[in-house]
Design a protein around this ligand. Structure first.
Ligand code: ATP
Length: 627
């Protein structure tokens, strides 16, 4: 780890050591709660900041950890440190069981489902005798470790300080690992992440379970510090506090959770002291109201939380610009050996072998038939174009082939495997990936960060390997390979720029580079030339020719007919969802049905169009090797 990255940890450790020595005992007591809640908040920060999942029931897992710990220690005489992993495991198991059905929900629905979970845990804990009913589990002893009882706030504070440092460090490591990148990508564009092979559902479940482990660990310490666990520990106000901690601190960094925990606990104590003076007879609900207000203000005024404020200040003080910019006047470099090396990684079949087979594809949206009985083949080592006027059904075909949507009828097979109705990540794993007509870049990261995600399928490090740093070699190799991809595609000058700082055309090029970085056997490009300058178009055309020469296949949707004619080996033409022509570029260019479709015809010409289309079909099935 670079020294620069170690500085915050050194400062944190120093603060944790000194704080109990200098602060009054009542403040150290608050500090203990800060540390306990910070552990849970780090877990929630991973869930919300990385996976973009809002949980209103984080306290449920906290409570499950606390109850398990309390029960094991008081009823079964377990040693505290033996019980902690079991308490975490219990929270994780419950998270897995509820996460599997719940994580199929999105946005507000997931938030509501997690809210319900908190209520269920509170009711179950209150109703069961085993959990002590309304009085809960009490008499939980203070930690007894190495012949010493950690009785005072200062002792307890020091006991859990290393756990907090570890919780932050592991969360931070995860964030910058293969899994962290994939989760961030899912948060930015789920469809793009899936088309690069990221199994979004699996990852969400994993991070949900991990967040529950953090909450369970915090709950276990909470049980020992408070000596009592009651059903209220799972209730809504605590979940709101956790939510406030991560939002106030800022979701972009794990450190935000720690900062948020300090602020929320300080605010909590402050409000507790202040509210009775301001509103005589006010109860806990008023405090919740205060938290709600702060939450609304933060979301409206400072959506990035304190981390955003810190980032703005740091940049101002150091004079760092968001985007250093580059000289765009240079034309992209020639395509070098880096591209050859990348393309050599693709798992391509022998020339002419079938890569994509589409049969009888039909898609209906209510009364609209976007695609009707569509057949298409792509073989190894060819560029096939799919053209047609606006609304012809090209993007619909792309979406079905790549698993973004299921067809109404018909089948798709990629490299010999039927993939109809399969998820995009499965199809990407079989070798087919794509770019998007409406840009789907990962906006929260740099150009390099975007391309790094594309190596997901070509790398292996899992969640734990990422957290514990067993992925160093793989990360170094990935970094080098992504550098090569950026060089090969002429984007290395932009590598460390935020993707949002690039022009529309450049972002399109990043999407192409990203798709290539997967080293797929089939590349589906949806209008890759749109927004590109003349030299950039030439560069892309050269690159696609190299891609074909290396035995890979390309399916291209493009409105630039001249580029299509120059590049494609075969062309399919769609109009109104129906395939009106298929053949070599020269035949397509002279096809009356195609000309009519592009120029528009009156109704009286429809028969002419149909008969011309039939002629072109005949022509294409008998035509030779000309382009
Ligand atoms: P363009 O070149 O403008 O991108 P396209 O050939 O890609 O057009 P599609 O986007 O596939 O065409 O659309 C085909 C038809 O299906 C159009 O009539 C469109 O309005 C319709 N369509 C597409 N998506 C939907 C949807 N989600 N619901 C209803 N109709 C849709």
């Amino acid at each position: 780890m670079p020294v620069k990255k170690l500085i915050p940890y050194a400062l944190l450790i120093a603060a944790l050591i000194i704080f109990p020595m200098v602060a009054p005992i009542s403040v150290v007591n608050i500090g203990v709660y800060v540390l306990i809640f910070a552990i849970a908040a780090v877990g929630l920060s991973l869930l919300m900041g990385l996976a973009g999942q809002v949980s209103l029931g984080h306290a449920a897992f906290f409570s499950i950890g606390a109850y398990t710990q309390g029960i094991l220690v008081t009823k079964h005489d377990w040693n505290m440190f033996m019980a902690i992993p079991v308490s975490m495991l219990m929270s994780m198991v419950v998270a897995l069981l509820v996460g599997l059905p719940m994580l199929r929900l999105r946005g507000h629905f997931l938030a509501l489902a997690t809210l319900g979970l908190g209520i269920i845990v509170t009711i179950v804990a209150r109703e069961l005798d085993y959990t002590g009913g309304t009085s809960g589990i009490y008499g939980i002893p203070k930690p007894d470790f190495g012949g010493r009882v950690y009785n005072t706030p200062a002792e307890f504070f020091w006991l859990i300080s290393p756990v907090v440092v570890l919780a932050v460090a592991l969360g931070d490591k995860l964030k910058h690992s293969r899994i962290g990148r994939a989760l961030g990508a899912v948060n930015d564009s789920e469809v793009a992440a899936e088309c690069l092979g990221v199994d979004t559902f699996r990852l969400r479940v994993k991070v949900f379970v991990l967040a529950a482990a953090y909450a369970g660990l915090a709950g276990a310490f909470y049980a020992h510090w408070l000596a009592v666990v009651s059903p209220e520990s799972a209730n809504f106000p605590l979940s709101v506090s956790f939510l406030l901690m991560v939002v106030l601190g800022g979701l972009s960094t794990i450190w935000g959770a720690l900062t948020g925990a300090i602020l929320v606990e300080t605010m909590d104590e402050g409000m507790r002291a202040l509210i009775p003076h301001l509103i005589p007879g006010a109860s806990g609900e008023v405090q919740l109201l205060g938290f709600g207000l702060v939450l609304v203000l933060v979301v409206v005024l400072l959506p990035g939380g304190l981390a955003q404020l810190w980032d703005i200040l740091r940049r101002r003080v150091r004079g760092i610009r968001e985007d250093p910019g580059v000289d765009d006047s240079e034309t992209p470099e020639a395509l070098g050996p880096e591209l050859d090396a990348l393309l050599a990684q693709a798992d391509v079949g022998p020339p002419g072998s079938r890569v994509l087979e589409v049969r009888g594809l039909t898609k209906r949206y209510g009364g609209v038939t976007a695609l009707l009985d569509f057949d298409l083949d792509v073989d190894a080592g060819e560029i096939v174009a799919l053209i047609g006027p606006n609304g012809a059904g090209k993007t619909t075909a792309f979406n079905i082939i790549t698993g973004v949507m299921p067809p109404t009828e018909g089948s798709v097979s990629v490299n010999g495997t039927t993939v109809t109705g399969k998820r995009p990540n499965t199809i990407a794993a079989l070798g087919a990936t794509r770019t998007f007509q409406n840009l789907q870049t990962f906006k929260s990261t740099s150009v390099r960060g975007n391309v790094m995600v594309a190596r997901h399928l070509r790398t292996k490090a899992g969640l734990l390997a990422g957290m514990f740093g067993f992925d160093r070699g793989e990360e170094r190799r990935t970094w080098q390979q992504v550098d090569s991809v950026l060089t090969a595609t002429g984007l290395h000058r932009h590598a460390d720029r935020p993707i949002t700082a690039l022009s529309f055309g450049q972002q399109r090029q990043v999407e192409v580079a990203r798709a290539l970085a997967l080293a797929p056997s089939l590349l589906l490009l949806d209008e890759p030339m749109a927004g590109l300058s003349g030299s950039e178009r030439d560069h892309l055309s050269q690159m696609l020719n190299k891609v074909r020469d290396a035995g890979l296949s390309v399916l291209l949707v493009e409105h630039d007919v001249a580029a299509v004619m120059a590049l494609a080996d075969r062309i399919y033409v769609l109009d109104d969802g129906v395939r009106i022509a298929h053949g070599k570029p020269r035949a397509i260019r002279a096809n009356p049905a195609v000309i009519a479709a592009y120029l528009g015809t009156g109704e009286e010409d429809d028969n002419l169009v149909r008969s011309a289309a039939a002629q072109v079909e005949d022509l294409s099935s008998t035509s030779g090797g000309e382009r």
